[in-house]
Write a protein that binds this ligand. Structure first.
Ligand SMILES: O=C(O)C1=C[C@@H](OP(=O)(O)O)[C@@H](O)[C@H](O)C1
Ligand SMILES: C=C(OP(=O)(O)O)C(=O)O
Length: 429
């Protein structure tokens, strides 16, 4: 898809449901003993993998309409445990399922969790070792430290320790699983903890489903055992705040205004903080009930930003940097290297194609905008966020061609049709 010389991008857009919330809600609802009606569920590759996995485990899930699903949970007593579950590249399916299955399977039951080629390269060792230290029988069936994994029941409550410096998803996974054990546990986080707002998101959702977790310190939780997930009957999935970052950026570049429906200032998603980034770079942000409006103010200014708390939305700073005055630094994002692709390397390579000057460090990027723009053919590495970020380079007169824009289906299948609509382009086939 080629995008060139976009000037206006304005109007109203309604976000799809959050991937992070939808996949947590599906799994948690499956752990309830009573049905839960989930509203505004994202339908995308990542949620499809979770839905398929839960269905294979024997959970019945009915569609009331495309985004309203009724989950008939089985209280953690899975009806079918002879499966190999294929989880694609959905971190939010793989990581929680490892811990939850370890906590809920019987010792004689065994499940294999596997994913696509990239998932087999994404580390899971810290999580597996923490579970194994508490007697969970988990085997590496391929390369040690990576999926596929064979998992059986047998996990014991006790004092869990986990390194939080690679992925917060490991910690969220343990927080979801440990309340189901027959006695109390503690969970201690070692190392620098990345992506902390996703841990807070997990804690907020666990509360909504009746689970009690005591935060002892920033690095320790006490988790009473023998708890049961309780159905709130209805649960509403907020719009995807990471997805909102592309619209905020498009408004900052094209003037907007763009009103984004589905998240508000009090969102439980950390990525909503991207609004402060576009404000700092040169846009006006105004909040309404469950909505935010962004207007560009003209020239953007480069920024020096620590992306550790919001690694997904922080990617959207990179295309803004192409249009900003001065240098932009995105720092403290080492774990970009273990996501859909090595995002530090991919981002640096693709930004350079526009004429930008980019320094790629171990855990940071330094970006200076192009002095002379070149038309860039962007490779997307099967990474939805690379595809969506580079749509924004379409605001240059040289423009971009994005290879395989369809990879945005991981979290935002409608992204390019919505982008075309707001920028007044011919509809995407
Ligand atoms: O818990 C979650 O829903 C997520 C946590 C983050 O991963 P890390 O904790 O691995 O940074 C984020 O990048 C991912 O898209 C979703
Ligand atoms: C890192 C991401 O996904 P995952 O949930 O697979 O980790 C992402 O959506 O940017």
């Amino acid at each position: 898809m080629t995008l060139t010389d976009l000037s206006h991008c304005q109007g109203e857009v309604t976000l799809p449901g959050s991937k992070s919330i939808a996949n947590r809600a599906l799994l948690i609802a499956a752990l309830c003993a009573e049905p839960v009606v989930l509203h505004n569920v994202l339908r995308s590759d990542d949620t499809a993998r979770m839905l398929e996995a839960l269905t294979a485990l024997g959970v019945s899930i009915n569609e009331q309409d495309a985004t309203t699903l009724v989950v008939h949970g089985c209280g953690g007593h899975w009806r079918n445990t002879t499966q190999r579950l294929m989880l694609g590249n959905a971190g939010t399916a793989m990581r929680p399922l490892v811990a939850v299955l370890a906590a809920t399977l019987e010792p004689h039951q065994r499940i294999v969790l596997d994913g696509d080629a990239r998932m087999r390269e994404r580390p899971i060792k810290d999580l597996v070792e923490s579970l194994r230290a508490q007697q969970a029988p988990i085997d590496y069936l391929g390369d040690p430290g990576y999926p596929p994994l064979g998992i059986a029941g047998g996990l014991q409550p006790g004092d869990f320790v986990i390194d939080g410096s690679v992925s917060s998803q490991y910690i969220s996974a343990l927080l979801m699983a440990l309340p189901l054990l027959p006695a109390d546990s503690t969970l201690t986080l070692s190392g620098e903890v990345v992506s902390r707002p996703y841990i807070d998101l997990t804690l907020a959702m666990l509360r909504d489903f009746g689970i009690d977790i005591i935060t002892v310190t920033d690095h320790q939780f006490r988790i009473p055992g023998q708890q049961a997930y309780r159905s709130p009957q209805n649960y509403f999935v907020e719009g995807d705040a990471s997805g909102a970052s592309y619209w905020m950026a498009a408004a900052a570049l094209g003037g907007g205004p763009i009103t984004i429906h589905g998240v508000g200032q009090s969102s439980i998603q950390g990525d909503i903080a991207f609004a402060e980034v576009v404000e700092a770079m040169g846009a006006d942000v105004s909040w309404g009930t469950n909505q935010v409006t962004v207007r560009g103010r003209g020239a953007l200014q480069g920024i020096d930003f620590d992306g550790n708390q919001i690694p997904d939305a922080a990617m959207t700073i990179a295309p803004l940097a192409l249009f900003a005055r001065g240098t932009t630094i995105i720092r403290n994002v080492a774990n970009w290297r273990v996501k859909e692709t090595d995002r530090l390397a991919a981002m640096a390579t693709e930004l350079r194609k526009t004429g930008a000057s980019v320094k790629e460090g171990k855990d940071y990027l330094v970006i200076d905008p192009p002095q002379i723009w070149q038309h860039a053919h962007i490779d997307t590495y099967d990474d939805h966020r690379i595809a969506m970020c580079f749509a924004l380079a379409g605001f240059s007169t040289a423009g971009v061609t994005i290879n395989d824009p369809g990879c945005c289906a991981k979290t935002y299948p409608q992204f390019f049709s919505e982008f075309s609509r707001l920028c007044n382009l011919p509809p995407v086939a």
